[in-house]
Ligand binder design. Structure first.
Ligand SMILES: Nc1nc2c(ncn2[C@@H]2O[C@H](COP(=O)(O)OP(=O)(O)OP(=O)(O)O)[C@@H](O)[C@H]2O)c(=O)[nH]1
Length: 309
């Protein structure tokens, strides 16, 4: 995504979504941004990297941060979540704390509240999954949370079914600080599609291999050509996109697992990622995957730069 040079005047806010795994942060981000940006999954902790969705609403530009971290993969879940909060505290103008309205207020959320108390920026309590709770239960939840910290607003939403988003938009538009936009107004560039594609492929790998291939897997898009471009393969699908991606793993053993018996696993991952990418890009897609063993890629700054982590 390109940073703006001649940025537009108006109002701009970086909005961070924080909360426990499975509260629906990625779903909310996708609903707000209107595209499938983050990897949404039943499995906690599948999102990673920093995915920014940018929405322009009249004179207001809102850039959403989803702030999970890779580098903390070895840390306990709670620490990881708090690390996301620290990123939000450092970088965001507005902080949305997303809570599963159908869950319960546990120690993890109390720790999160403690950390958010230090926020100099406004914090909003977003009670998500409105469709799953009765009005009475919702009121109970509000009562349980409201004194944890001085929320600027409390907004119930249903991210999955896009319920009650108008009040949230109005609040964000109202509270975005005055200042220049940080991004061009045509924010959905090729670069964003690329990072989304890499994220989709990675999500498929994690789902299909479960815990067998741990967090040391990354996806790098090596080539991306559109029909009509000179480099577009002759046998590429008509009016489509050809994508070549490299899957980096840390050990030969992981490569073996990813390949599967006679290449069955990687072939399965490729087919289902390709299907998703077609839906995402709304055009024919041909995906090629290569697996590469790159020991300790996580500790090498050149690799991390390439991955934009
Ligand atoms: N019923 C219902 N389910 C929802 C809603 N929003 C999210 N979910 C579901 O909750 C689960 C978790 O959603 P995610 O968006 O992946 O949650 P997350 O907070 O990003 O999770 P991590 O990536 O693990 O941090 C998924 O199965 C979603 O479909 C909602 O409004 N209603």
């Amino acid at each position: 995504m390109a940073e703006a040079r001649g940025a537009q005047a108006g109002r701009y806010a970086t909005v961070a979504l924080v909360g426990l795994p499975n509260s629906g942060k990625s779903t909310l981000l996708n609903t707000l941004v209107g595209e499938k940006l983050a990897a949404v999954s039943q499995t906690p902790q599948t999102t990673r990297g920093r995915i920014t969705g940018v929405v322009n609403r009249g004179p207001v530009q809102l850039a959403f941060l989803d702030t999970p971290g890779v580098h903390q993969a070895r840390h306990a879940l709670n620490q990881r979540m708090l690390h996301h909060v620290d990123i939000a505290l450092a970088e965001a103008d507005l902080i949305l704390w997303v809570v599963d309205a159908d869950g319960f207020l546990g120690p993890g959320e109390r720790d999160l509240a403690k950390r958010l108390k230090e926020a100099r920026q406004p914090v909003y309590l977003i009670l998500n999954k409105l469709d799953l709770v009765s009005k009475g239960r919702l009121l109970e939840k509000i009562a349980a949370y409201k004194d944890l910290l001085a929320f600027r607003e409390i907004v119930p939403v249903g991210a999955k079914l896009a319920q009650n988003l108008d009040p949230l938009w109005s609040i964000l538009e109202r509270d975005a600080p005055e200042g220049p936009w940080a991004f061009e107004d045509d924010t959905f560039t090729d670069q964003t599609e690329r990072s989304m594609a890499a994220e989709f492929i990675r999500e498929k790998i994690l789902r299909k291999t479960r815990e067998e291939v741990p967090h040391g897997v990354a996806v790098v898009i090596r080539a991306w050509t559109e029909a009509g471009e000179e480099a577009y393969p002759e046998d590429g699908p008509e009016g489509g996109t050809c994508i070549e991606a490299e899957v980096l793993v840390e050990r030969a053993g992981h490569r073996k697992i990813l390949l599967g018996s006679q290449g069955a696993m990687i072939s399965d991952i490729r087919t289902s990622a390709q299907r998703e990418l077609r839906k995402l890009l709304q055009r024919p897609v041909r995906l090629e995957l290569r697996i590469k063993v790159e020991e300790d890629w996580r500790d090498r700054p050149d690799q991390l730069d390439k991955l934009e982590l």
